[in-house]
Design a protein around this ligand. Sequence first.
Ligand code: MG
Ligand code: MG
Length: 255
Amino acid sequence: MVELKSRAEIERMRVTGRFVADVLSELRERAQVGVNLLDLEKHVRRRIQERGATSCYWDYAPSFGRGPFRNTICLSVNDAVLHGLPFDYTLRDGDVLSMDLAVEIDGWVADSAVTVIVGSASEEDRRLVCATEEALAAAIAVAVPGNRIGDISAAIAGVARSYGYPINTEFGGHGLGRTMHEDPHVPNNGKPGRGFRLVPGLTLALEPWFAATTDRIFTDPDGWTLRSADGSRTAHSEHTIAVTEDGPTVLTLAA
Ligand code: MG
Ligand code: MG
């Protein structure tokens, strides 16, 4: 069931979204060569406690993971793309790090992810990260009343194709609001003009992610981390947005 949000509720999600964006921009600064993933996790945990927020990941136990998750952020390095379990790993020059954060404040959730390149970036990795950011922007641009979920999906896939990246449709975007995952599902590939019609009050997490040379993934022995099947590098970009009469509005922007 799709739950539409009032303007006031969307503004409450924006409060959470600002916090998520602020923490992600702090992590952007912190993710340097020589920094351990567990230190990034600790920083997020402290910020969440100080803010009186709740992590959506802590104790999360979906059917696909080896639950419960006991961390406050997903950190996915290089061939890891989604649900990366923070572990004792020191970042190296050229690592591609995706950071995905979902938090609840006063009953309202926001979800966002960024991918950064640690130290010096290769041209190939920069291109991959750029593609997910461009796909996210394209997805947001078509999130207007009257369009359909398929228009968002097609916009994401169109950018992937233009870069020559394969597309996986198992994991994609989703509705959210009172909880992290609500209807509708937003696949990262689809047909324009198909699917659920976008209406004002619909809040979505849009999250293109690509692996450089495969559309297949597998679960790491840690039971959570999803990796590209061929070991190629991956990137992921995500924002929480609301569809409004005035067009799309991004809720996960820094203050
Ligand atoms: Mg996320
Ligand atoms: Mg999400």
